[in-house]
Design a protein around this ligand. Structure first.
Ligand SMILES: Cc1cc2nc3c(=O)[nH]c(=O)nc-3n(C[C@H](O)[C@H](O)[C@H](O)COP(=O)(O)OP(=O)(O)OC[C@H]3O[C@@H](n4cnc5c(N)ncnc54)[C@H](O)[C@@H]3O)c2cc1C
Ligand SMILES: *[C@@H]1O[C@H](CO)[C@@H](O)[C@H](O)[C@H]1NC(C)=O
Ligand SMILES: *[C@@H]1O[C@H](CO)[C@@H](O)[C@H](O)[C@H]1NC(C)=O
Ligand SMILES: *[C@@H]1O[C@H](CO)[C@@H](O)[C@H](O)[C@H]1NC(C)=O
Ligand SMILES: *[C@@H]1O[C@H](CO)[C@@H](O)[C@H](O)[C@H]1NC(C)=O
Ligand SMILES: *[C@@H]1O[C@H](CO)[C@@H](O)[C@H](O)[C@H]1NC(C)=O
Ligand SMILES: *[C@@H]1O[C@H](CO)[C@@H](O)[C@H](O)[C@H]1NC(C)=O
Ligand SMILES: *[C@@H]1O[C@H](CO)[C@@H](O)[C@H](O)[C@H]1NC(C)=O
Ligand SMILES: *[C@@H]1O[C@H](CO)[C@@H](O)[C@H](O)[C@H]1NC(C)=O
Ligand SMILES: *[C@@H]1O[C@H](CO)[C@@H](O)[C@H](O)[C@H]1NC(C)=O
Ligand SMILES: *[C@@H]1O[C@H](CO)[C@@H](O)[C@H](O)[C@H]1NC(C)=O
Ligand SMILES: *[C@@H]1O[C@H](CO)[C@@H](O)[C@H](O)[C@H]1NC(C)=O
Length: 585
C-alpha cells in the first residue's frame, strides 16, 4: 500500500517536474501569444502604457486603409498609400511596416483584392524617444514572456525588424545630433579622443546625418541610402563608399549608449562594458540590446570626382563574361589606386536603345576618387581597361562621363541609392577578396556568370586598405573578419509575387543557388549580415567567422533569457518559429 502510494507520488512529482520544465512559469515552451494563458491582461498593457507616458500604440497595418472590412478603411487615403508604397518613407515612418512586403508575410497589401489582417505585424509598439521608454519595453517583454523586436527604418533585408505576435520597440523617433568640435571625453573613463565627433540618437537616418555634418563642412563614413538608420546600419558594421579610405562605419564609433536585455541603461566604450562595446559594432541588430545613441568620429568632407560608365555587348556574344571578368579582376588594383564605388553587372537585360528587342550584358556603375578637380585622375584609370576590352573582344559599346562635386554632401544629394521598395524580395551576398577576383579567370568567370543569372548583381568596391588596416577603439570590433580581406561586396536579389508560396520558395531557392556560385569560388570568405539572406546556410560562420564563439558567449551572458531573438542573429539556436509562434527548440 505504502509502496504503491510512494510510486504514485513519485510519478506525480516526475510529471509535475516535466510539465514545469516544458510549460511552467519559470521557462515556458513558447513566447505568449494573444489567447494563450500567459498573454498579459488589458490592465497590464494599460499599466505599461501609463509607465511610458501613453506612448504605447496598437497600430493598424498601413495597407488597411484600402480594405472595406477594416476599421481603418479610408477610401480617400488608399490611393495615396498605394502610390507611396514603393517609397522608403511610407515604411520608415510607419510604426509597423517593413520595406519588403514578405517580412510582413503579405498579410495586408494596399490592394483591396488581397486579404488584409494584422497577422504579419507586431501587436503593440512602443513609440520610444528615451532610453527609459526602451527599458520599459525590454523589461515588459522579459517579465511577461512576450516576443520582442526592434524597428528603426524597417529596411532590413533579412526581416529582423518584423515579427508577428510581438511587442516592437520603435526607435525611429529617437532623433538628434550633438557636435563635439575638438575632442570627445569618454564617459567614466580617463580618455579624451582628439578630433571632431558627433553623438547621434539611434533613429537618426543617413540623409539626416549627412545633412547635419555637411553644415559643419564634414561628413561621416555612411551608407548610400536615405532613410537607413544608424541603429541597424552600425550594429551590422556599415559599409560605405568612403570605407576603403577610413574603415567601416562601426570602426568610427567612440562610444555607445544602450539598454541591455536585463534592462540596464549603460554606456559602452573602450574602458567600460567592453564586451558590449565590441559586440554592438558588427555583431548584429536586436541581439545584445537596444542602442539609444552613438558617438562617431567625423571626417573632413572630401571633394568627389565621379566616373559614370557603362560597357555592354549583346548577351549572345560568347565574350560577354570574358570582358566582364577581366574588368572585375582589375578591381584590386583600382582599389589600391583609391577608386571606390558601385559597379553593377547586368546579364541578359533588355536593351533600352532598341526597345528591348535584344538583350545586353555588361557592367554599369558610378565610381569615385577623392580630392581632385582633374577628371583625368579617374578617366586615366579606366580608359586602358576599356581599350583592352575594345581591342580584345569585338562588339562592345562604351559610355563614360565625369562629374565633379565640391563636397561629399553635394555628391550624396545627387547620388544616393534611389532603389524602390515595397515588394517581395530576398537577397544573397558574398565578400570577395583579391584571389576570388583575380587568381583564376576561368573560375571567376563561371562564378560571376552564375551569380548574376537573375539579371543583375552588385560588385561594390567598398572595402580596401582603410577597412583592412582600421584601428577601431578598443582594438577590434565584431565586424565580420572577412571584411578585413575583402575588396568587393557582391549582392544579388530575387523579387517575387505576393501571396504565392511557390513563388516565395522558388525565390529563396534561386537566391541560395546564385550565392552558392560565390561560396564555392571563395569558401574562406563570408558575407555581410545587413545585406544577405535570412536563409544563408552556416550563417554563424558566414556572418561572423572565427568571432562567432566570442559573440555567443557575450550573448549568453547578457541575455540569458533570450529576450532578443531574430534570424540570422547570434545565439538564436535555442528557439524556432512554429508558424507565427516563437518556441524553444
Ligand atoms: C536603399 C538601401 C541602401 C542601403 N545602403 C547601405 C549601405 O550603403 N551600406 C550598408 O552597410 N548598408 C546599406 N543598406 C543596408 C542597411 O544597412 C540595412 O538594411 C540595415 O539593417 C538597416 O538598418 P535600419 O535600422 O535602418 O533598419 P531596421 O530594419 O529597422 O533594423 C535593422 C536591424 O537592426 C536592428 N536595430 C535597428 N535599430 C536598432 C537599435 N537602435 N538597437 C538595436 N538594434 C537595432 C533591428 O532590430 C534589425 O535587427 C541599405 C539598405 C537599403 C534598403
Ligand atoms: C496609451 O495611452 C494613450 C494616452 O492615454 C492613448 O491615447 C493610447 O490609445 C493608449 N494606447 C493603447 C494601446 O491603449
Ligand atoms: C511617435 O512619437 C513622435 C515623437 O513624440 C511623434 O511625433 C509621433 O507622432 C508619434 N507617432 C505615433 C504614431 O504616435
Ligand atoms: C588620466 O590619464 C593621464 C594620462 O594617462 C594621467 O596623467 C592622469 O593622472 C589620469 N587621471 C586620473 C584621474 O586617473
Ligand atoms: C564651411 O565652408 C564654407 C565655404 O568654405 C564656409 O563659408 C563656412 O563658413 C564653413 N562652415 C563651417 C561651419 O566651418
Ligand atoms: C542596343 O541597341 C542599339 C540600337 O539597335 C545598338 O546600337 C546597341 O549596340 C545595342 N547595345 C548592345 C549592348 O547590344
Ligand atoms: C590632370 O591629370 C593628368 C594625369 O592624371 C595630368 O597629366 C594633367 O596635366 C592634369 N591636368 C591638370 C589641368 O592638372
Ligand atoms: C574601340 O575601337 C574602335 C575601332 O577600333 C575605336 O573607333 C573606338 O574609339 C574604340 N573605343 C574605345 C572606347 O576604346
Ligand atoms: C581554375 O578554375 C577552373 C574552373 O573552376 C578549374 O577547372 C581550374 O583547375 C583552375 N585552375 C587552376 C590553375 O587552379
Ligand atoms: C505562383 O508562382 C509560381 C512560380 O513562380 C507560378 O508558376 C504560379 O503560376 C503562381 N501562381 C499564381 C496563382 O499566380
Ligand atoms: C576575430 O577574428 C579574427 C580573424 O579571424 C581573429 O584574429 C580574432 O582573434 C578573433 N577575435 C575573437 C575575440 O575571437
Ligand atoms: C504567413 O502566412 C501563411 C499563409 O497564411 C501562414 O501559413 C504562415 O504561418 C505565416 N507565417 C508567419 C511567420 O506568420
Amino acid at each position: 500500500m505504502s509502496k504503491i502510494y510512494t510510486l504514485i507520488s513519485l510519478l506525480f512529482w516526475i510529471t509535475v517536474c516535466v510539465l514545469a520544465h516544458a510549460h511552467g512559469p519559470r521557462s515556458p515552451a513558447c513566447k505568449s501569444v494573444p489567447g494563450s494563458g500567459g498573454w498579459p491582461s488589458l490592465e497590464t498593457w494599460t499599466a505599461l502604457n501609463q509607465s511610458i507616458g501613453g506612448r504605447l500604440l496598437q497600430p493598424t497595418p498601413p495597407g488597411a486603409v484600402c480594405h472595406p472590412d477594416q476599421t481603418s478603411y479610408n477610401p480617400a487615403q488608399c490611393p495615396l498609400v498605394q502610390s507611396s508604397w514603393f517609397t522608403e518613407s511610407l515604411h520608415s515612418d510607419d510604426p509597423v511596416s517593413a520595406q519588403w512586403n514578405n517580412w510582413n508575410n503579405d498579410t495586408c497589401l494596399p490592394d483591396p483584392r488581397a486579404p488584409c489582417s494584422a497577422a504579419g505585424y507586431p501587436i503593440y509598439v512602443i513609440n520610444a524617444t528615451t532610453a527609459e521608454h526602451v527599458k520599459a519595453g525590454i523589461d515588459f517583454a522579459r517579465t511577461q514572456n512576450i516576443r520582442l523586436i526592434v524597428k528603426n527604418s524597417g529596411h532590413d533585408f533579412t526581416g529582423r525588424s518584423s515579427a508577428p505576435n510581438s511587442l516592437s520597440i520603435w526607435v525611429h523617433h529617437m532623433k538628434g545630433i550633438k557636435e563635439h568640435k575638438k575632442s570627445f571625453q569618454l564617459r567614466s573613463c580617463n580618455v579624451t579622443i582628439e578630433g571632431h565627433a558627433i553623438t547621434a540618437a539611434a533613429g537618426t537616418q543617413m540623409q539626416e546625418t549627412y545633412r547635419a555634418t555637411a553644415l559643419l563642412n564634414r561628413t561621416v563614413v555612411g551608407g548610400n541610402g536615405r532613410t537607413v538608420a544608424l541603429g541597424g546600419f552600425i550594429t551590422g558594421g556599415g559599409h560605405s563608399i568612403l570605407a576603403p579610405h577610413y574603415g567601416m562605419a562601426a570602426d568610427q564609433v567612440l562610444e555607445m549608449e544602450l539598454v541591455t536585455p536585463m534592462g540596464e541603461v549603460l554606456t559602452a566604450n573602450e574602458c567600460q562594458n567592453t564586451d558590449l562595446f565590441w559586440a554592438f559594432r558588427g555583431g548584429g541588430g536586436s541581439t545584445f540590446g537596444v542602442l539609444t545613441s552613438i558617438t562617431l568620429k567625423t571626417i573632413p568632407s572630401p571633394s568627389v570626382m565621379t566616373l559614370t560608365f557603362q560597357f555592354a555587348t549583346s548577351s549572345s556574344s560568347p565574350h560577354a563574361f570574358d570582358a566582364i571578368t577581366y574588368f572585375i579582376s582589375q578591381f584590386p588594383s583600382l582599389a589600391d589606386a583609391g577608386v571606390t564605388g558601385y559597379p553593377i553587372i547586368f546579364n541578359g537585360v533588355a536593351n533600352g536603345s532598341d526597345g528591348g528587342q535584344t538583350l545586353a550584358s555588361g557592367v554599369i556603375g558610378k565610381v569615385i576618387v577623392l580630392d581632385t578637380h582633374n577628371a583625368t585622375d579617374i578617366l586615366a584609370k579606366f580608359e586602358p581597361l576599356f581599350a583592352h576590352i575594345n581591342a580584345t573582344w569585338p562588339g562592345f559599346v562604351f559610355f563614360t562621363s565625369t562629374t565633379y562635386h565640391p563636397s561629399f554632401g553635394a555628391w550624396y544629394e545627387e547620388n544616393y541609392d534611389p532603389s524602390p521598395v515595397g515588394y517581395g524580395s530576398v537577397m544573397g551576398s558574398r565578400l570577395l577578396d583579391t584571389p576570388a577576383l583575380a587568381a583564376n579567370a576561368t573560375a571567376t568567370k563561371l562564378a560571376l556568370e552564375r551569380f548574376s543569372a537573375g539579371g543583375q548583381a552588385t560588385v561594390y568596391i567598398v572595402s580596401g586598405k582603410g577597412v583592412w588596416d582600421a584601428q577601431p577603439r578598443g582594438g577590434s570590433t565584431a565586424v565580420n573578419p572577412a571584411w578585413r580581406r575583402a575588396v568587393v561586396h557582391a549582392t544579388a536579389s530575387v523579387s517575387f509575387a505576393p501571396l504565392n508560396e511557390t513563388a516565395r520558395a522558388a525565390a529563396i531557392s534561386q537566391t541560395n543557388s546564385l550565392t552558392a556560385a560565390l561560396r564555392e569560388l571563395t569558401p574562406s570568405m563570408g558575407a555581410y549580415v545587413n545585406e544577405a539572406s535570412r536563409y544563408e546556410p552556416d550563417w554563424q560562420h558566414t556572418f561572423w567567422g572565427d568571432n562567432y564563439s566570442r559573440l555567443l558567449k557575450i550573448k549568453r551572458a547578457v541575455d540569458p533569457d533570450d529576450v532578443f531573438w531574430c534570424v540570422p542573429c547570434v545565439g538564436n539556436e535555442r528557439w524556432h518559429e512554429v508558424d507565427d509562434v516563437l518556441c524553444r527548440v
